[in-house]
Design a protein around this ligand. Structure first.
Ligand code: DAT
Ligand code: MG
Length: 138
């Protein structure tokens, strides 16, 4: 068995556009379980930890700025192979070209900005999931 937990974030664009319910519904419809849920405006400090792997990249500052621009919905989600499964459900990073059928592909697009408003975040490995769940759910 491969029971795992992952961190899912509905980013500020998803919350602002009123897509939180649809996104959570897709997670539940696939059979994953929302174990914990909260809405917060993340601090720069949290985001610097969360996006540590991207520090120093040209999109880091705009990304942190965007992510702290409004409320984010954070969810602790469980299920067999949920880390890989949610990444698959979310679709590839760029919403314009993310596959139809995915959250980013169906609900996202480019908005002519440097930052990628791609609606959701999902942990990319068991190590990331453990680290990120610690940041968002302590
Ligand atoms: P993902 O969110 O698909 O795991 P990532 O971890 O590589 O992608 O990047 C984290 C976020 O940073 C991503 O959701 C959007 C933003 N981002 C990544 N690459 C970018 C780029 N080249 N230009 C602008 N924003 C970018
Ligand atoms: Mg990532």
């Amino acid at each position: 068995q491969n029971r795992e937990q992952t961190l899912v974030l509905v980013k500020p664009d998803g919350v602002q556009r009123g897509l939180t319910g649809q996104i959570l519904a897709r997670i539940e419809a696939k059979g994953y379980v929302v174990e914990d849920l909260k809405m917060i405006v993340p601090t720069r400090e949290m985001l610097t930890q969360h996006y540590a792997e991207h520090e120093g990249k040209p999109f880091f500052e705009p990304l942190v700025e965007f992510m702290s621009s409004g409320p984010v919905v954070a969810a602790r989600v469980s299920g067999d192979r949920v880390i890989e499964g949610f990444r698959s459900l979310a679709g590839s990073t760029e919403p314009t070209t993310a596959a139809p059928g995915t959250i980013r592909g169906d609900l996202g697009r480019d908005w002519g900005e440097k930052v990628q408003k791609n609606l959701v975040h999902g942990s990319d490995s068991t190590e990331s999931a453990e680290r990120e769940l610690g940041i968002w759910f302590g």
